[in-house]
Design a protein around this ligand. Structure first.
Ligand code: FE2
Length: 493
């Protein structure tokens, strides 16, 4: 695959893109030998990644990929070699549905059980599908889904050990979001790392719950804060002193959900003409001075980073003018990308003194899944690594790896068009390096030309040259969501 120059012609073929959404029922574990280039000897650790592995249940198609059963992949690099395995999270729903060979639960994003309306109405059970992220923290590998508890996996075999209550931090039925942030040097914990995560307790008013957890898995701090109205919040962002939530104005009409006509996610309506509330909560346990600022912001799924500067908080986020609404009558595979607003990286400046927010578009390119160097989470930073479209304007599937210098606006891009499709990059620092971009960017891509997936290893300083090594997995992995890196290795085969 080579970089191609942007043009007005479509950079992708929709049928080729659709094949990346075929189910992958096969679980494999092997040393990968089909490798282009050289894996750096210094790159040692494990890339974990989660996403929907099945797009059908016993031949019944699911309505939206977000309803797909979580399948975790692990790509381990050790002594210049690569080891791959993938395994489904054995959630209660996955196990019972695979046995029954049909959907037994309704999906949040519209998947229905067979049997029509009568078999779906008033069934409000949630299926914890464990499909959104996977992290290694507190000596546990945890598969995350934002509306329910984590599942613990064996990091060596990916075998499911069961629901995990995080040493009693969670109770049965508690949510734990799929977007934890790791503070690299927590000022409240003598500079130790600290995992900060949130949960949403829904209701007429919404409660935002904030957990701060030590590297050994102990609860360090806990806060709750009530906000008015319904909140559809997928991600948040931290600085040394604050956690920040963007609460877009959305309405939720539960009746079509209750009556079996729509999934819960299809009943959320974004109100583009209403402001976004930016809720700034101090992390200091003794400070409960929560500030709420308002701004025109569109809808944000993912934030790139945030930092404090003077009495301001800078937040960089991928923002849509209107939410890519889950449409009940459109097959997700036939989505018309040209009709969707692009997600673009914006910078918001929250002036806490004046209670004002200003915003600036950092670049017009459509992008998603931004990440930064882990030591710069919550700190003033320079580089964001993002999945991006091949073309500079408009919406399209992600096909490129994009590095943006948020200080200068300069960027580097490597495109996998026309046959390659990208997801979330992961930045791995070079432990011997000092520069912010001294490290590697790992990116899983789907290559429609061979109906298989690859993991590319990029030198973060030089994205444009393409991957320095590409590991070809012998099967395809459906488009995924989020993942993480740990310098530990656990290969047991
Ligand atoms: Fe996400």
């Amino acid at each position: 695959m080579t970089a191609t120059s942007p043009s007005t012609k479509k950079s992708y073929d929709q049928t080729a893109w659709q094949r990346g959404y075929e189910s992958q029922p096969c679980e494999i574990a092997y040393e990968v030998t089909d490798i282009d280039g050289q894996i750096p000897q210094e790159l040692e650790g494990t890339l974990f990644r989660n996403g929907p592995g099945l797009l059908d249940i016993g031949g019944f198609p699911i309505k939206h990929p977000f309803d797909g059963d979580g399948m975790v992949c692990a790509m381990t690099f050790k002594a210049g070699k690569a080891y791959f395995q993938n395994r489904f999270v054995r959630t209660e729903g996955f196990v019972t549905e695979q046995k029954a060979e049909k959907p037994l639960y309704r999906g949040v994003f519209g998947t229905e059980k067979p049997g029509g309306l009568l078999n779906n109405m008033f069934d409000l059970r949630l299926k914890n599908i464990a499909n959104t992220n996977v992290i290694y923290w507190g000596d546990k590998l945890l598969a995350l889904w934002e509306a329910a508890e984590p599942h613990r996996l064996d990091p060596g075999t990916l075998e499911t050990k069961g629901i995990d209550y995080l040493k009693g931090i969670l109770k049965s039925g508690d949510a734990f979001s799929a977007h934890p942030r790791i503070d690299p040097a927590c000022i409240w914990d003598n500079g130790d790392r600290c995992l900060v995560n949130f949960a949403i307790k829904p209701g007429l008013n919404t409660t935002l719950v904030i957990y701060e957890i030590s590297p050994s898995g102990e609860l360090r701090r806990y806060k709750e804060h009530k906000v008015d109205g319904f909140a559809f919040i997928h991600d948040f962002i931290i600085t040394p002193n604050y956690v920040i939530f963007f609460q877009a104005t959305v309405s939720f009409n539960p009746l079509p959900y209750a009556f079996g006509l729509k999934g819960a996610g299809e009943c959320v309506n974004f109100q583009a003409d209403k402001p976004t509330r930016m809720v700034v909560i101090p992390r200091d346990p003794a400070n409960n001075n929560v500030q709420t600022l308002e701004a025109e912001a569109g809808f944000v799924f993912h934030h790139a980073n945030a930092f404090e500067k003077d009495n301001k908080i800078i937040v960089d986020s991928v923002c849509y003018q209107s939410i890519p609404q889950v449409q009940a009558d459109v097959d997700y595979k036939n989505v018309d990308f040209d009709q969707l607003d692009p997600g673009q990286l914006w910078r918001f400046e929250l002036d806490l003194e004046r209670q004002k927010v200003t915003r600036e578009l950092l670049d017009t390119r459509c992008c998603e899944f931004p990440v930064v160097h882990p030591d710069y989470v919550g700190r003033d930073y320079r580089y964001a690594y993002i999945g991006a479209t091949h073309s500079q304007t408009g919406n399209a599937p992600l096909q490129a790896l994009w590095k943006l210098d948020v200080k200068t606006g300069e960027s580097q891009l490597y495109s996998f068009a026309p046959d390659g499709f990208a997801g979330e990059p992961i930045f791995v620092p070079n432990s011997c390096g000092e520069a912010e971009d001294d490290g590697w960017v790992l990116l899983m891509t789907y290559d429609a030309a061979r109906h298989g997936s690859d993991v590319g290893i990029f030198d973060a300083r030089n994205i444009e040259q393409g991957a320095i090594a590409t590991v070809h997995i012998k099967q395809h992995i459906p488009y995924g969501l989020h993942g993480s890196w740990t310098p530990k290795t656990f290969v047991s085969f």
